[in-house]
Design a protein around this ligand. Structure first.
Ligand SMILES: Nc1ncnc2c1ncn2[C@@H]1O[C@H](COP(=O)(O)OP(=O)(O)O)[C@@H](O)[C@H]1O
Ligand SMILES: O=C(O)[C@H](O)[C@@H](O)[C@H](O)[C@H](O)COP(=O)(O)O
Length: 161
């Protein structure tokens, strides 16, 4: 989880591969309207995210043996929705500052639907998950291989907040 550009999709793919788990790419479950909004620089609302979170919860339920989900999960209420679908769900919080996120989103813009104008709204919406159960905070600017190793170690050792 984390704001656009923090590295969710990149890290989730690596972790799924090394753990031998299915990958659920959250972006693939947005409605066409939501994708159009985001590409036009219009931030999603709770109502826009409602159906998306339901679909992601359904995906989690269908992968009861485990899966890796990349999902912004910016607000606590969104995370609670996902936890309700998958009790014991763990969250890796990729923390990044606004400047770095903006740089990454701008660099990938030619190949990605997400508007560079939405980074500020991602930070305005973000409610930090620190203090919630089963959350690992990582520095999103560390090399991907190191992040993946940290997640693997965390999964192996059990819960560490
Ligand atoms: N740990 C990292 N170090 C450097 N660049 C990264 C890292 N993680 C992701 N990136 C790059 O940042 C951009 C955004 O990553 P992405 O995985 O699409 O983030 P998100 O899914 O959170 O929006 C991509 O160009 C990706 O290659
Ligand atoms: O909740 C939201 O506002 C959206 O989920 C938003 O965060 C978006 O889907 C991604 O962040 C863009 O795509 P990336 O996941 O690649 O950033």
């Amino acid at each position: 989880m984390g704001v656009a550009g923090c590295g969710k999709s990149s890290l989730a793919a690596l972790v799924a591969q090394t753990q031998g788990l299915s990958l659920i790419e959250g972006d693939d479950f947005h409605s066409a309207d939501s994708r159009a909004k985001m590409s036009q620089g219009i931030a999603l609302t709770d109502a826009d995210r409602e159906g998306w979170l339901s679909r992601l919860g359904e995906e989690l339920r269908q992968h009861a043996d485990g899966a890796v989900l990349s999902c912004s999960a910016l607000k606590r209420q969104y995370r609670e929705r996902l936890r309700a679908a998958a009790p014991g769900l763990r969250f890796v919080f990729l923390e990044i500052d606004r400047e770095q996120a903006q740089q990454r989103v701008t660099a990938r813009a030619p190949q990605h639907f997400f508007s560079t104008r939405l980074v500020d709204s991602q930070f305005a919406t973000l409610e930090s998950p620190l203090g919630e159960e089963r959350v690992l905070r990582l520095d999103a600017t560390a090399p991907l291989a190191r992040l993946q190793a940290e997640v693997d170690a965390w999964l192996k050792q059990g819960e560490t907040a």
